[in-house]
Write a protein that binds this ligand. Structure first.
Ligand code: SF4
Length: 356
Protein backbone atom coordinates (compact mmCIF):
# COMPACT_ATOMS: atom_id res chain seq x y z
CA UNK A 1 0.00 0.00 0.00
CA UNK A 2 1.30 3.50 -0.87
CA UNK A 3 2.45 5.60 2.08
CA UNK A 4 0.18 8.58 2.87
CA UNK A 5 1.70 11.86 1.74
CA UNK A 6 2.91 13.88 4.70
CA UNK A 7 4.63 17.18 4.24
CA UNK A 8 4.94 20.56 5.87
CA UNK A 9 6.42 23.78 4.46
CA UNK A 10 9.61 23.06 6.47
CA UNK A 11 9.97 19.53 5.06
CA UNK A 12 9.20 20.81 1.55
CA UNK A 13 11.83 23.57 1.84
CA UNK A 14 14.54 21.36 3.33
CA UNK A 15 14.09 18.58 0.76
CA UNK A 16 14.12 20.97 -2.18
CA UNK A 17 17.07 23.07 -0.97
CA UNK A 18 19.17 20.00 -0.18
CA UNK A 19 18.56 18.67 -3.70
CA UNK A 20 19.33 22.11 -5.19
CA UNK A 21 22.64 22.37 -3.32
CA UNK A 22 23.75 19.05 -4.78
CA UNK A 23 22.29 19.33 -8.29
CA UNK A 24 22.02 22.95 -9.41
CA UNK A 25 23.45 23.85 -12.79
CA UNK A 26 26.44 26.13 -12.85
CA UNK A 27 24.99 29.24 -14.56
CA UNK A 28 26.82 32.55 -15.07
CA UNK A 29 24.27 34.61 -13.13
CA UNK A 30 24.33 32.35 -10.06
CA UNK A 31 26.38 33.12 -6.97
CA UNK A 32 27.00 36.76 -7.86
CA UNK A 33 26.15 39.75 -5.68
CA UNK A 34 25.16 42.22 -8.36
CA UNK A 35 21.53 43.41 -8.56
CA UNK A 36 22.15 44.79 -12.07
CA UNK A 37 23.32 41.42 -13.39
CA UNK A 38 20.42 39.65 -11.65
CA UNK A 39 17.96 42.09 -13.21
CA UNK A 40 19.41 41.63 -16.71
CA UNK A 41 19.39 37.84 -16.38
CA UNK A 42 15.78 37.79 -15.18
CA UNK A 43 14.62 39.98 -18.08
CA UNK A 44 16.41 37.70 -20.55
CA UNK A 45 15.06 34.51 -18.98
CA UNK A 46 11.42 35.51 -19.37
CA UNK A 47 9.92 33.01 -21.84
CA UNK A 48 13.39 31.98 -22.99
CA UNK A 49 15.48 28.89 -22.27
CA UNK A 50 18.62 29.05 -20.17
CA UNK A 51 20.93 27.74 -22.91
CA UNK A 52 19.68 30.42 -25.33
CA UNK A 53 20.25 33.20 -22.80
CA UNK A 54 23.84 32.35 -21.73
CA UNK A 55 25.78 33.90 -24.68
CA UNK A 56 23.49 36.97 -24.82
CA UNK A 57 23.93 37.57 -21.09
CA UNK A 58 27.73 37.53 -21.26
CA UNK A 59 27.86 39.87 -24.28
CA UNK A 60 25.33 42.27 -22.80
CA UNK A 61 27.17 42.65 -19.48
CA UNK A 62 30.49 43.11 -21.23
CA UNK A 63 29.16 45.93 -23.42
CA UNK A 64 26.82 47.51 -20.87
CA UNK A 65 28.18 46.60 -17.42
CA UNK A 66 26.01 48.82 -15.18
CA UNK A 67 22.82 50.88 -14.92
CA UNK A 68 24.50 54.08 -16.09
CA UNK A 69 25.99 52.51 -19.20
CA UNK A 70 22.63 50.95 -20.11
CA UNK A 71 20.67 54.13 -19.35
CA UNK A 72 22.73 56.27 -21.71
CA UNK A 73 23.34 53.69 -24.49
CA UNK A 74 21.79 54.28 -27.91
CA UNK A 75 18.52 52.29 -28.12
CA UNK A 76 19.87 50.69 -31.29
CA UNK A 77 22.89 49.35 -29.44
CA UNK A 78 20.62 47.75 -26.82
CA UNK A 79 18.43 46.18 -29.53
CA UNK A 80 21.50 44.97 -31.42
CA UNK A 81 22.74 43.19 -28.28
CA UNK A 82 19.29 41.62 -28.00
CA UNK A 83 19.11 40.66 -31.68
CA UNK A 84 18.09 36.99 -31.98
CA UNK A 85 16.77 36.70 -28.41
CA UNK A 86 13.22 37.72 -29.40
CA UNK A 87 10.50 39.52 -27.41
CA UNK A 88 12.24 42.84 -28.04
CA UNK A 89 9.91 44.73 -25.77
CA UNK A 90 12.00 43.30 -22.91
CA UNK A 91 15.07 45.14 -24.20
CA UNK A 92 13.20 48.43 -24.51
CA UNK A 93 11.74 47.99 -21.01
CA UNK A 94 15.14 47.08 -19.60
CA UNK A 95 16.64 50.31 -20.86
CA UNK A 96 13.65 52.35 -19.66
CA UNK A 97 14.03 50.70 -16.22
CA UNK A 98 17.75 51.60 -16.14
CA UNK A 99 16.91 55.23 -16.99
CA UNK A 100 14.34 55.33 -14.19
CA UNK A 101 16.77 53.76 -11.70
CA UNK A 102 19.47 56.33 -12.54
CA UNK A 103 17.01 59.25 -12.54
CA UNK A 104 14.68 58.39 -9.64
CA UNK A 105 16.55 55.92 -7.41
CA UNK A 106 20.09 57.31 -7.32
CA UNK A 107 21.43 54.48 -9.48
CA UNK A 108 20.34 51.72 -7.07
CA UNK A 109 17.78 49.05 -7.88
CA UNK A 110 14.94 49.49 -5.35
CA UNK A 111 14.52 46.67 -2.85
CA UNK A 112 10.82 46.93 -2.01
CA UNK A 113 7.91 45.37 -3.85
CA UNK A 114 6.06 48.69 -4.00
CA UNK A 115 8.93 50.40 -5.79
CA UNK A 116 10.24 47.62 -7.96
CA UNK A 117 6.89 47.02 -9.68
CA UNK A 118 6.96 50.64 -10.86
CA UNK A 119 9.84 49.76 -13.17
CA UNK A 120 8.85 49.06 -16.80
CA UNK A 121 8.63 45.35 -17.58
CA UNK A 122 8.61 44.23 -13.93
CA UNK A 123 5.53 42.16 -13.13
CA UNK A 124 4.84 39.91 -10.14
CA UNK A 125 7.15 37.14 -11.40
CA UNK A 126 10.16 39.39 -12.03
CA UNK A 127 9.60 41.28 -8.77
CA UNK A 128 9.68 38.01 -6.80
CA UNK A 129 12.73 36.73 -8.67
CA UNK A 130 14.75 39.94 -8.30
CA UNK A 131 13.86 40.69 -4.66
CA UNK A 132 14.54 37.14 -3.54
CA UNK A 133 17.72 36.56 -5.57
CA UNK A 134 19.33 40.00 -5.44
CA UNK A 135 18.23 41.03 -1.94
CA UNK A 136 17.32 37.75 -0.16
CA UNK A 137 13.80 39.03 0.57
CA UNK A 138 11.14 36.35 1.05
CA UNK A 139 9.01 37.14 -2.00
CA UNK A 140 7.55 34.20 -3.93
CA UNK A 141 7.36 33.81 -7.69
CA UNK A 142 5.25 31.81 -10.12
CA UNK A 143 6.29 30.89 -13.65
CA UNK A 144 5.47 28.00 -15.99
CA UNK A 145 7.86 25.65 -14.17
CA UNK A 146 6.36 26.46 -10.77
CA UNK A 147 2.83 25.96 -12.11
CA UNK A 148 3.77 22.52 -13.45
CA UNK A 149 5.56 21.41 -10.28
CA UNK A 150 2.78 22.62 -7.96
CA UNK A 151 -0.01 21.19 -10.11
CA UNK A 152 1.60 17.77 -9.71
CA UNK A 153 2.77 17.89 -6.10
CA UNK A 154 -0.52 19.36 -4.84
CA UNK A 155 -2.75 17.74 -7.46
CA UNK A 156 -4.21 21.02 -8.73
CA UNK A 157 -6.65 20.73 -11.61
CA UNK A 158 -8.16 23.27 -14.02
CA UNK A 159 -6.57 26.32 -15.62
CA UNK A 160 -3.71 27.47 -13.37
CA UNK A 161 -2.57 30.22 -15.71
CA UNK A 162 -5.47 32.58 -14.99
CA UNK A 163 -8.28 33.35 -12.55
CA UNK A 164 -8.83 31.36 -9.36
CA UNK A 165 -6.39 28.61 -10.36
CA UNK A 166 -3.58 31.12 -10.78
CA UNK A 167 -4.39 32.76 -7.43
CA UNK A 168 -4.26 29.35 -5.78
CA UNK A 169 -0.74 28.74 -7.13
CA UNK A 170 0.42 32.13 -5.80
CA UNK A 171 -1.09 31.36 -2.37
CA UNK A 172 0.86 28.11 -2.18
CA UNK A 173 4.06 29.88 -3.28
CA UNK A 174 3.53 32.49 -0.53
CA UNK A 175 3.03 29.80 2.12
CA UNK A 176 6.14 27.91 1.09
CA UNK A 177 8.69 30.70 0.66
CA UNK A 178 11.25 30.42 3.49
CA UNK A 179 12.64 33.41 5.40
CA UNK A 180 16.16 32.01 4.91
CA UNK A 181 17.53 31.47 1.38
CA UNK A 182 14.34 32.60 -0.44
CA UNK A 183 16.33 33.25 -3.65
CA UNK A 184 17.77 29.75 -3.66
CA UNK A 185 14.34 28.30 -2.88
CA UNK A 186 12.72 30.10 -5.84
CA UNK A 187 15.54 29.04 -8.13
CA UNK A 188 15.31 25.47 -6.84
CA UNK A 189 11.61 25.29 -7.70
CA UNK A 190 12.28 26.48 -11.25
CA UNK A 191 15.33 24.20 -11.52
CA UNK A 192 13.21 21.20 -10.55
CA UNK A 193 10.71 22.06 -13.29
CA UNK A 194 13.44 22.64 -15.87
CA UNK A 195 15.60 19.58 -15.16
CA UNK A 196 13.41 16.87 -13.53
CA UNK A 197 9.69 17.63 -13.62
CA UNK A 198 9.53 17.95 -17.42
CA UNK A 199 6.24 18.62 -19.22
CA UNK A 200 6.60 15.26 -21.00
CA UNK A 201 8.07 12.32 -19.15
CA UNK A 202 8.75 13.83 -15.73
CA UNK A 203 11.63 11.94 -14.08
CA UNK A 204 9.75 10.90 -10.94
CA UNK A 205 12.23 8.16 -10.05
CA UNK A 206 14.99 10.76 -9.77
CA UNK A 207 12.87 13.43 -8.10
CA UNK A 208 13.60 14.58 -4.56
CA UNK A 209 9.93 15.56 -4.09
CA UNK A 210 8.53 12.15 -5.02
CA UNK A 211 7.52 11.19 -1.49
CA UNK A 212 5.56 14.49 -1.25
CA UNK A 213 4.03 14.40 -4.72
CA UNK A 214 0.36 13.50 -5.03
CA UNK A 215 0.34 13.15 -8.82
CA UNK A 216 3.26 10.73 -8.77
CA UNK A 217 1.61 8.68 -6.06
CA UNK A 218 -1.58 8.39 -8.11
CA UNK A 219 0.17 7.95 -11.47
CA UNK A 220 -1.33 11.22 -12.76
CA UNK A 221 1.90 13.13 -13.50
CA UNK A 222 1.39 12.98 -17.27
CA UNK A 223 -2.14 14.39 -17.02
CA UNK A 224 -1.17 17.56 -15.16
CA UNK A 225 -1.16 20.49 -15.46
CA UNK A 226 -4.45 20.79 -17.36
CA UNK A 227 -3.70 23.42 -19.96
CA UNK A 228 -6.22 25.90 -21.41
CA UNK A 229 -6.91 25.44 -25.12
CA UNK A 230 -4.18 27.04 -27.20
CA UNK A 231 -5.12 30.13 -29.20
CA UNK A 232 -5.80 29.37 -32.85
CA UNK A 233 -2.95 30.10 -35.22
CA UNK A 234 -3.38 33.05 -37.58
CA UNK A 235 -1.57 33.04 -40.96
CA UNK A 236 -0.06 36.41 -41.96
CA UNK A 237 1.24 37.23 -45.45
CA UNK A 238 3.98 39.83 -45.52
CA UNK A 239 5.85 41.34 -48.47
CA UNK A 240 9.18 43.17 -48.31
CA UNK A 241 10.94 45.23 -50.97
CA UNK A 242 14.59 45.08 -51.94
CA UNK A 243 15.38 48.55 -53.28
CA UNK A 244 18.95 49.37 -54.23
CA UNK A 245 20.54 52.63 -55.33
CA UNK A 246 24.21 53.46 -55.89
CA UNK A 247 25.42 50.46 -53.87
CA UNK A 248 23.09 51.14 -50.94
CA UNK A 249 19.88 49.46 -49.84
CA UNK A 250 16.75 51.13 -48.49
CA UNK A 251 15.77 50.06 -44.97
CA UNK A 252 13.18 51.33 -42.55
CA UNK A 253 12.90 51.53 -38.76
CA UNK A 254 9.68 50.05 -37.36
CA UNK A 255 7.73 52.81 -35.68
CA UNK A 256 6.18 52.81 -32.22
CA UNK A 257 2.73 52.35 -33.73
CA UNK A 258 3.60 48.90 -35.11
CA UNK A 259 2.14 45.96 -33.22
CA UNK A 260 5.44 44.03 -33.18
CA UNK A 261 9.17 44.68 -33.11
CA UNK A 262 9.07 48.41 -32.49
CA UNK A 263 12.44 50.06 -33.08
CA UNK A 264 13.86 47.14 -35.10
CA UNK A 265 15.00 47.70 -38.69
CA UNK A 266 13.69 45.96 -41.80
CA UNK A 267 13.40 46.06 -45.56
CA UNK A 268 10.26 48.18 -46.25
CA UNK A 269 7.43 45.74 -45.53
CA UNK A 270 3.67 45.46 -45.28
CA UNK A 271 1.11 42.86 -44.23
CA UNK A 272 -1.94 41.85 -46.24
CA UNK A 273 -4.54 39.14 -46.66
CA UNK A 274 -2.44 38.09 -49.70
CA UNK A 275 1.04 38.94 -51.01
CA UNK A 276 -0.53 40.97 -53.82
CA UNK A 277 -2.44 43.08 -51.35
CA UNK A 278 0.69 43.60 -49.24
CA UNK A 279 2.68 44.58 -52.33
CA UNK A 280 0.04 47.09 -53.41
CA UNK A 281 0.18 48.72 -49.97
CA UNK A 282 3.96 48.89 -50.18
CA UNK A 283 3.94 50.42 -53.66
CA UNK A 284 1.47 53.03 -52.44
CA UNK A 285 3.51 53.85 -49.31
CA UNK A 286 6.89 54.06 -51.00
CA UNK A 287 6.14 54.95 -54.62
CA UNK A 288 8.33 51.97 -55.62
CA UNK A 289 7.46 49.53 -58.41
CA UNK A 290 7.84 45.86 -57.46
CA UNK A 291 8.82 43.04 -59.79
CA UNK A 292 6.27 40.25 -59.21
CA UNK A 293 8.87 37.57 -58.70
CA UNK A 294 9.92 36.73 -55.15
CA UNK A 295 13.65 36.31 -54.64
CA UNK A 296 13.57 34.96 -51.10
CA UNK A 297 10.96 33.61 -48.74
CA UNK A 298 11.09 32.90 -44.98
CA UNK A 299 8.67 31.70 -42.35
CA UNK A 300 8.55 32.75 -38.73
CA UNK A 301 6.17 32.57 -35.77
CA UNK A 302 5.39 35.42 -33.35
CA UNK A 303 3.05 34.32 -30.52
CA UNK A 304 0.19 32.60 -32.39
CA UNK A 305 0.87 34.38 -35.71
CA UNK A 306 2.53 32.33 -38.45
CA UNK A 307 4.26 34.82 -40.70
CA UNK A 308 5.20 34.07 -44.28
CA UNK A 309 7.51 36.81 -45.54
CA UNK A 310 8.55 37.17 -49.18
CA UNK A 311 11.15 39.53 -50.59
CA UNK A 312 10.55 41.19 -53.99
CA UNK A 313 12.99 43.35 -55.97
CA UNK A 314 11.69 46.85 -56.68
CA UNK A 315 12.73 50.05 -58.39
CA UNK A 316 12.38 53.42 -56.72
CA UNK A 317 11.89 56.69 -58.54
CA UNK A 318 12.42 58.86 -55.46
CA UNK A 319 9.43 61.03 -56.41
CA UNK A 320 7.38 60.09 -53.37
CA UNK A 321 8.42 61.45 -49.98
CA UNK A 322 8.96 58.53 -47.61
CA UNK A 323 7.23 58.71 -44.24
CA UNK A 324 8.89 57.25 -41.13
CA UNK A 325 12.58 56.72 -40.48
CA UNK A 326 14.41 55.38 -43.56
CA UNK A 327 18.08 54.87 -44.33
CA UNK A 328 20.09 54.10 -47.46
CA UNK A 329 22.46 51.59 -45.89
CA UNK A 330 25.79 50.27 -47.14
CA UNK A 331 26.53 46.58 -46.51
CA UNK A 332 28.57 47.57 -43.45
CA UNK A 333 25.73 49.67 -42.02
CA UNK A 334 23.20 46.97 -42.83
CA UNK A 335 25.16 44.47 -40.69
CA UNK A 336 25.22 46.86 -37.72
CA UNK A 337 21.48 47.60 -37.55
CA UNK A 338 19.24 45.51 -35.27
CA UNK A 339 17.00 43.23 -37.38
CA UNK A 340 14.51 40.72 -35.86
CA UNK A 341 14.39 37.04 -36.84
CA UNK A 342 12.53 36.84 -40.18
CA UNK A 343 13.97 40.11 -41.52
CA UNK A 344 17.37 39.05 -40.22
CA UNK A 345 17.19 35.94 -42.43
CA UNK A 346 16.37 38.17 -45.40
CA UNK A 347 19.31 40.42 -44.52
CA UNK A 348 21.69 37.43 -44.38
CA UNK A 349 20.46 36.38 -47.80
CA UNK A 350 20.80 39.90 -49.25
CA UNK A 351 24.34 40.34 -47.87
CA UNK A 352 25.35 37.04 -49.39
CA UNK A 353 23.54 37.16 -52.73
CA UNK A 354 22.73 40.73 -53.70
CA UNK A 355 25.27 42.51 -55.83
CA UNK A 356 24.48 46.21 -55.76
S1 SF4 B 1 7.56 13.26 -8.46
FE1 SF4 B 1 7.37 13.45 -10.66
S2 SF4 B 1 5.55 14.67 -10.99
FE2 SF4 B 1 6.11 14.89 -8.87
S3 SF4 B 1 7.33 16.76 -8.79
FE3 SF4 B 1 8.74 15.04 -9.03
S4 SF4 B 1 9.04 14.79 -11.23
FE4 SF4 B 1 7.26 16.09 -10.92
Amino acid sequence: MAKPITSTPAVFQQTLLKWYDQNKRDLPWRGIQNPYATFVSEMMLQQTQVKTVIPFYGRFLKELPNWKALAKAKPEKVLKLWEGLGYYRRARNLQAAAQMIVRDFGGNLPDTLEEIVKLPGVGPYSAGAILSIAYQKPHPLVDGNVIRVFSRIFLLRGNLKAGEGHKRVWEIAKKLIPAKRPGDFNQALMELGATVCFSDNPQCLLCPMRSQCQASEKGLQNELPEMPKAQETVEVSMAALLIGNKGKILVKKRSHEERWLKGMWEFPSAEGSSFMEALKKLEKNTGAKAVLREIQSVRHQITHHKIHLKLFPASFSGKKKLTGEHLWASSKELRKLPFASAQNKLRDWVLKNHKP
